[in-house]
Design a protein around this ligand. Structure first.
Ligand code: NAP
Length: 288
């Protein structure tokens, strides 16, 4: 994508190690162009353990802000001058706005997922939810669902200790650790009202797949099935759920919502999200 630069162009970027795979420059530069804002958004390699040095450099170089991906999200937390409620809750920052030399840290993961649920007509309040996975994405999704009054959120994970650690962050007892085996899923799914895959199983470029998706047979057909993965647009899990008659939702809208929230933080403006998504969709999922 061609971006026009002037001497007044403000700088934004995503930092990571690795960072080359990030779709953020494409998404953010598309939005900046559509909004006619004089910013440029780049991918910036920052080695593991160098978040503090990067933040100082970004302030010195006059960056307006940056997004953070693996492995910097946790390291940034103590470096911030202020944190939003979600960044504090998740112990992770994925968006930093730099204003008057101060670093303001946000986390848009949980909010992006919650908004994508609402956009699909799914209100998690009062629901019995089953989450597969207990990594970084599961953490923000699960804590956001607890905050938004889900009735129970079962965290099913291969490594049980990680599910327990995540559930310990919720003093309200909404989050409950569980195994991710066939018997456990067969027991939990008949009462589930929402199923969410937060593992990397099925993601493009990752060899690991669900060995067996027959656990879906235990899920009532009226229950929506979500996958945070957006590449491929339809994972095997979502395909099997769709074939069984479930409403399905991939991670694309979550990705777009998060990007829009981040740009709002960087520019301190409000963006028309629906209009922006119509600009982003063809860029992110071009017609075959
Ligand atoms: P992560 O922190 O590395 O967590 C990975 C999770 O997958 C862990 O629960 C891990 O279980 C599980 N897992 C990995 N390989 C497995 C296997 N072979 N069998 C069973 N479980 C396995 O990753 P993350 O940051 O949470 O991201 C998870 C997924 O969400 C990724 O696909 C990512 O692309 C997607 N995501 C999407 C968005 C969006 O905007 N749509 C945002 C964030 C993330 P263990 O704990 O046992 O290792």
């Amino acid at each position: 994508m061609q971006v026009e630069l002037t001497n007044a162009t403000k700088k934004l970027c995503v930092i990571g190690d690795p960072v080359g795979h990030s779709k953020s420059p494409l998404i953010q530069n598309t939005m900046l162009k559509a909004l006619g804002l004089d910013y440029i958004y780049m991918a910036q390699y920052v080695p593991r353990g160098q978040a503090a040095q990067w933040l100082q450099a970004a302030k010195t170089a006059g960056y307006a802000g940056f997004n953070a991906t693996m492995p910097h999200k946790v390291d940034l937390v103590p470096l911030m001058d202020a944190l939003d409620e979600d960044a504090r809750l998740y112990g992770a920052v994925n968006t930093v706005a730099i204003r008057d030399g101060k670093a303001l840290g946000y986390n848009t993961d949980g909010r992006g997922f919650y908004q994508s649920l609402l956009d699909a007509g799914i209100d998690p309040a009062g629901r019995n939810v089953v989450i597969l996975g207990a990594g970084g994405a599961a953490k923000s999704v699960a804590l956001k669902l607890a905050q938004q009054k889900a009735d129970a959120v079962h965290i099913c994970n291969r490594t049980h200790s990680k599910a327990e650690e995540l559930c310990a962050l919720d003093p309200g007892g909404v989050l409950r650790p569980a195994a991710m085996d066939h018997d456990t899923l067969a027991r939990l799914l008949p009462d589930a009202q929402l199923l969410i895959n937060c593992t990397s199983l099925g993601m493009a470029g990752v060899e690991a797949q669900f060995d067996d998706l027959s656990f879906l047979d235990a899920l009532p057909q009226s229950v929506p099935v979500c996958d945070l993965i957006y590449a491929p647009p339809e994972t095997l899990l979502l395909e099997q759920a769709r074939l069984r008659g479930h409403q399905t939702l991939n991670g694309l809208n979550m990705l777009m919502c998060q990007a829009i929230f981040a740009l709002e933080h960087f520019t301190d403006t409000t963006i028309d999200a629906q209009a922006m998504k119509t600009v982003l969709k063809p860029v992110l999922s071009p017609a075959p």
